[in-house]
Write a protein that binds this ligand. Structure first.
Ligand SMILES: C=C(O[C@@H]1C=C(C(=O)O)C=C[C@H]1O)C(=O)O
Length: 363
């Protein structure tokens, strides 16, 4: 024990010296990223600096090389922030998301782009699409499916009439908490606010713990968090971001019924993303209304051994009893196997639109 202070001093000196190295290396990295930006601008004055496929490759490489003791996700998150800061030196990325502030969608946007991105809250999914289409935001983030509650139809429908492309995906573990404010009488909670999806995801927990409380659905979890600031008998179900933003206390944590509850978000933009080495493609297809149409559509995927990761059917807005299919599958449109399948599907379909090929979510 007696030599602990000496060891501690030595360790702190070692940490200081390592920090000097880290500082120098991060600065050198930032300079290199600035040079990349210069090269890109020289080639094309309107060049897009942000490269989703390159960022995915950087993060995957870091996770592969990570020697520990930090776990790979933690390490990738640190590098995510370094890249985000490097990119912001040149051109802070503007990201529109389904707001208000404090929603899970904002959390997903920051997880994907890092904290140096400028995030712009929008009131509705179509507004996110419009903002990106108009160029007011570089990218948008919208929820598309939840592991408990299924697909978010509004997002799928928005793609049908839009020229927007999918540039990426983000999967976020969704943890809900029961939140109260400093003025709430915790033993007198008679009303709970939340988004309908969150109520659905916490239904069993609520039935067991608050069977008598009125459940009031509102437009977002963040909205719920805001509302309870003025009501002494109300609580809200929302996530960490909303709790922090509105300075609320968690009286029960992780109250979602399924521990693996997660939501998948799409990153939308105006750019086609090149191959990253581990990619997905999303398409929307309208088939002629005839027997065997779905089989005809899926058969080429089976024959070329392409993994379907999702298939959704939505009624087409152009004709009664016609359907469109949203299909996600593994692979990039520039891979020959995928290109061949798309060619065949094109021949069999009444309409085919490739919504984008993009890196499989890394973080
Ligand atoms: C540096 C580049 O540009 C941006 C910054 C990156 C980085 O800091 O590693 C990676 C991809 C781009 O978003 C690049 O294209 O390599």
């Amino acid at each position: 024990m007696s030599d602990t202070p000496i060891d501690l001093d030595a360790l702190r000196q070692r940490i200081d010296s390592l920090d000097n190295d880290i500082l120098r290396l991060i600065s050198e990295r930032a300079q290199a990223a600035q040079q990349v930006a210069q090269v890109k601008t020289a080639e094309d004055p309107k060049a897009v600096f942000y490269r989703p496929e390159r960022e995915a490759q950087v993060l995957r490489r870091i996770m592969e090389l990570n020697p520990g003791p930090l776990d790979s996700e933690e390490m990738a998150r640190l590098f995510r922030e370094i890249m985000s800061a490097c990119l912001a030196l040149e051109q802070p990325v503007k990201v529109a998301y389904l707001g208000p502030e404090g929603t899970f969608t904002q959390q997903a946007a920051l997880k994907h782009f890092g904290d140096s991105a400028v995030s712009l809250p929008m009131a509705a999914i179509d507004e996110v699409f419009r903002e990106v289409e108009a160029g007011a935001a570089n990218y948008g983030v919208v929820p598309v499916e939840n592991s408990t509650e299924g697909v978010i139809n509004h997002t799928l429908d928005s793609f049908v009439d839009s020229s927007i492309r999918i540039c990426g995906e983000v999967v976020l573990r969704i943890h809900h908490h029961l939140l109260v404010s400093s003025t709430t009488r915790q033993d007198k909670v008679s009303r709970i606010y939340s988004h309908p999806q969150s109520f659905a995801q916490c239904r069993k927990w609520l039935d067991a713990h608050y069977p008598g409380a009125e459940r009031v659905p509102v437009a977002s979890n963040a909205e719920a968090a805001k509302l309870i600031k003025t009501e002494w008998h109300s609580a809200a179900i929302a996530g960490d971001m909303a709790a922090k933003l509105y300075d609320l206390e968690k009286i029960a944590e992780k109250i979602e019924d399924r521990p693996d509850n997660s939501t998948r978000f799409l990153v939308i933009g105006n750019q086609d993303v090149p191959l990253s080495g581990d990619d997905k493609t999303s398409i929307v297809v309208a088939m002629r209304n005839q027997p065997g149409a779905l089989h005809d559509l899926l058969e080429p995927f089976h024959r070329h051994q392409i993994d379907l990761t999702r298939l959704e059917t939505r009624p087409s807005r152009s004709g009664v009893w016609n359907y469109v299919f949203f299909i996600d599958f593994k692979g990039h449109r520039d891979e020959p196997r995928v290109a061949a399948v798309l060619e065949e599907v094109q021949q069999r379909a009444a309409e085919l639109k490739v919504l984008g090929s993009y890196p499989v979510g890394v973080l």
